[in-house]
Ligand binder design. Structure first.
Ligand code: LMG
Ligand code: NDP
Ligand code: PMR
Length: 317
C-alpha cells in the first residue's frame, strides 16, 4: 500500500503545482503527496474530482512524519477511507546556516517553505475541500512544541517571536527588509520556530474564517519529538548523535516515526479528533488531548495580521 501511495505522487503533485502556477508565480512548496485511496487512474476522467472526493494530500511525504503518516493511513483496513483532507507537513530546518537562503520568489527559505508555501496551498485548495462531499473534511497544519514558549522546549534559545511582523511585511527578502519575521538578524533555528508559530496561527485563523461556513475542520498538532527524521539533516553530526538519546532518556519526549505517523493519521481520519481549531498533543501513554498554545501562538490579533501580510506576499490580496 505504501508503494501504491507513492505512485500517487506525480499526479497530485502536478495538480497542485498547476493550481499554484495558474494563480501566480510562486513556488516555495513542491506539493509532494501521498494518499491511501484508490489511485487516480482507477477513477473517471476528472482528476480534480478525484482530489476532492478520494484523497488525502500530504506535503513532504518523501520521508519522516509525512511518509509514516501515509503508511499508517494506507495500512488502515476499515471502510473509513479518508477523503478530502489536506495535510501541510513539509518543512525545512536550517540551524547551522550563517546566512539566509531564499526561495525562487525571494522569501527566506524556512518561512517561505514552512509557512508561505502552505498558506498559499491551503488557500488554493480550500474550494476543492469546500466542494468535497466527504463528511469529515479536514485541513491540518503541523505545528510544534518548540514554537510554544509556554513549554520548556519552547524556551531553549533562540525563542520564537514574530514581533510586529515588520520583516515579513517588508518581504522577508534580506534586501530591502530583514530575512526574519521580526526584523532581526538571521537565525536559522529561530526562523524555523517562527514558521511553526505561523503554522499554528494560520490554522486558527482558517478556523475563524472558514469553519462555520464550510464545515471543514482545521487542526494543528505536536506529534512528539521525532528525533531521527530528515529534519535534522543540516544539524552537526554531534547533535544528530546525541539528540535521540537525550530525548529518549532525559526529556522522555522521543517518539518513533511510526508512532508519530499514527498520531498524525488520527488527526486525519479518527472521528474523535474532528474538532476544529484544536492543537493536538499526546500523553506519554499515547492518548491525545487538546493542548494549550503559548500567548503568541494563540494571539488572534497577530493571526489576523499574519494572514493579511501573508496574503499580500503570495499575491492573493
Ligand atoms: C542553539 O543552541 C544554537 O545556538 C542555534 O544555532 C541552533 O542550533 C539552536 O535550537 C537550535 O540551538 C541552543 C542551545 C541552548 O542548546 C545547545 O546548544 C545544547 C547543547 C548542549 C551541549 C551539551 C553537550 C554535551 C552533552 C553530553 C551529554 C550527552 C547526553 C546524551 C544522553 C545519553 C543518555 C544515556 O542552550 C541552552 O539553552 C543552554 C541551556 C542548558 C540547559 C541544560 C538543561 C539540562 C539538559 C540536560 C543536558 C543534556 C545535554 C544533551 C544535549 C543534547 C543535544 C541537544
Ligand atoms: P523530514 O525532513 O523527514 O520531512 C520533511 C519533508 O518535507 C520531506 O519529505 C521533505 O522532502 C519535504 N520538503 C522540504 N522542503 C520542501 C518543499 N519545498 N516542497 C515540498 N516538500 C518539501 O522531517 P519531519 O518528518 O520531522 O518533519 C515533518 C513535519 O513535522 C514538519 O512540519 C516539522 O516541522 C514537524 N515536526 C517535526 C518534529 C520532529 O521532532 N522531527 C517535531 C515537531 C514537528 P525532501 O526531503 O524530498 O525535500
Ligand atoms: Mg529540545 C523538555 C522537553 C523537551 C522537548 C519535548 C524538546 C523537543 N526539547 C526539550 C528540551 C530541551 N531541548 C532542552 C532542555 C534543551 C537544552 C539542552 C534542548 C535543546 C534542543 C536543541 C538544541 N532541542 C532542540 C534543539 C534543536 O535543534 C531542535 C529544534 O529546536 O529545532 C527547531 C530541538 C527540539 N527539541 C524538541 C523538539 C521537538 C525539537 C525539534 C524541533 C521541532 O520540530 O520543533
Amino acid at each position: 500500500m505504501a508503494l501504491q501511495a507513492a505512485s500517487w505522487v506525480p499526479s497530485t503533485l502536478s495538480i497542485a503545482k498547476e493550481e499554484l502556477r495558474k494563480k501566480l508565480s510562486i513556488s516555495p512548496i513542491k506539493a509532494q503527496t501521498a494518499a491511501a485511496t484508490p489511485a487516480v487512474n482507477q477513477s473517471s476522467s476528472d482528476n480534480k474530482k478525484t482530489l476532492r472526493k478520494g484523497s488525502v494530500i500530504i506535503t513532504g511525504a518523501s520521508s519522516g512524519l509525512g511518509l509514516a503518516t501515509a503508511k499508517a493511513l494506507a495500512e488502515t483496513e476499515n471502510g473509513m477511507r479518508p477523503l478530502g483532507v489536506l495535510v501541510c507537513n513539509a518543512a525545512v530546518y536550517l540551524p547551522t546556516a550563517k546566512e539566509p537562503t531564499f526561495t525562487a520568489d525571494g522569501f527566506e527559505l524556512s518561512v517561505g517553505t514552512n509557512h508561505l508555501g502552505h498558506f498559499l496551498l491551503s488557500r488554493l485548495l480550500l474550494d476543492d475541500l469546500k466542494q468535497s462531499d466527504y463528511p469529515q473534511k479536514r485541513c491540518i497544519i503541523v505545528g510544534s512544541i518548540t514554537g510554544n514558549t509556554n513549554t520548556l522546549a519552547g524556551n531553549v534559545p533562540p525563542k520564537a517571536n514574530l514581533g510586529d511582523l515588520r520583516g515579513l511585511a517588508g518581504g522577508l527578502n534580506g534586501v530591502c527588509s530583514s530575512s526574519m519575521i521580526d526584523g532581526g538578524e538571521f537565525d536559522g533555528a529561530k526562523a524555523y520556530k517562527d514558521s511553526k508559530v505561523c503554522n499554528m496561527l494560520t490554522m486558527q485563523e482558517l478556523h475563524r474564517r472558514y469553519h462555520e461556513e464550510t464545515g471543514i475542520s482545521f487542526a494543528s498538532l505536536y506529534p512528539g519529538c521525532i528525533a531521527e527524521t530528515g529534519l535534522f539533516r543540516e544539524h552537526i553530526p554531534l547533535f544528530r548523535l546525541l539528540f535521540p538519546p537525550f530525548q529518549k532518556y532525559i526529556t522522555k519526549g522521543y517518539v518513533s516515526e511510526e508512532e508519530a505517523g499514527k498520531r498524525l493519521a488520527q488527526v486525519v481520519s479518527d472521528p474523535s479528533l474532528s474538532k476544529s481549531g484544536v492543537y493536538w498533543s499526546w500523553n506519554n501513554n499515547s492518548s491525545s488531548f487538546e493542548n494549550q498554545l503559548s500567548k503568541e501562538a494563540s494571539d488572534s490579533e497577530k493571526a489576523r495580521k499574519l494572514w493579511e501580510v501573508s496574503e499580500k506576499l503570495v499575491g492573493l490580496a
